[in-house]
Design a protein around this ligand. Structure first.
Ligand code: ATP
Ligand code: MG
Length: 216
């Protein structure tokens, strides 16, 4: 059996990945959400977890610093997916990538008139591709968080952000006007590791696959 490093991020990705690890017989020896440790040992001496920012998971796996990881489709689209094999949609951390505007902003009229739209987002690549496919001219403004604020203070007309219940939009007098795509988290594997450590990785993939919730 080869040594295996799995990259995860704290919070919902870790919490939602625990059942998949358990299905593969892997149990963390510390709770990453409570511990300050960045490298977490497991009950299996050959398997360790590393805790990184959600947006950094594909990078660690791409360069082989981790063999496997779990990352949202939002993060994978921005990363581009180079060097990654994406064998499984785990159907966890589900939400939707949406375009949202202030309640008093007439998005349909802006689109119809072909007016230039100012869009603030963390997801610049996804937003650029979406509006280009619609033939819309947009100015993109890169933000790192709290996108909801941008339309309220005149930084942008619209935002592209993840929406689950919509309560954050509602609390800020914003509304979703367009769905870009459904989002969920995927298992990602370093392409070289998949070949070199196949004997160890293949059973992990099978255990993860069998643990994907049905009918979703
Ligand atoms: P931070 O919140 O620390 O700035 P982050 O937003 O990158 O970092 P999380 O909030 O843990 O990290 O999100 C991780 C992943 O979970 C996202 O990449 C996305 O795929 C998914 N996600 C984000 N928001 C939601 C949500 N409201 N509901 C379900 N899944 C979500
Ligand atoms: Mg977040």
């Amino acid at each position: 059996m080869s040594d295996i490093t799995i990259a995860l991020s704290k919070g919902r990705i870790y919490e939602d990945t625990v059942p998949f690890l358990k299905a593969a017989g892997i149990v963390a020896q510390d709770d990453p959400d409570a511990s300050r440790k960045l490298i977490i040992a497991t009950n299996q001496p050959q398997v360790r977890l590393i805790m990184v920012r959600a947006t950094d998971v594909p990078t660690y796996v791409q360069y082989g610093a981790a063999d496997l990881g779990v990352a949202g489709k939002d993060v994978l689209l921005e990363h581009g997916g180079a060097g990654l094999y994406q064998p499984l949609d785990l159907k966890i951390a589900r939400c939707r990538m949406m375009v949202a505007v202030r309640n008093d902003f007439d998005y349909a009229a802006t689109v119809f008139q072909g007016a230039r739209l100012r869009v603030a987002t963390k997801y610049v690549k996804t937003a650029r591709d979406h509006f280009a496919a619609k033939g819309m001219h947009v100015d993109l403004i890169k933000l790192y968080g709290s996108m909801e604020l941008a339309p309220l203070v005149g930084l942008a007309d619209a935002i592209v952000d993840l929406v689950s219940t919509g309560s954050t939009l509602k609390a800020n007098q914003l509304q979703a006007v367009e769905e870009i795509m459904p989002i969920s988290a995927r298992l990602i594997v370093n392409q070289a590791a998949l070949k070199l450590k196949n004997n160890t990785i293949q059973p992990l993939l099978e255990a993860f696959s069998a643990a994907i919730p049905a009918n979703l």
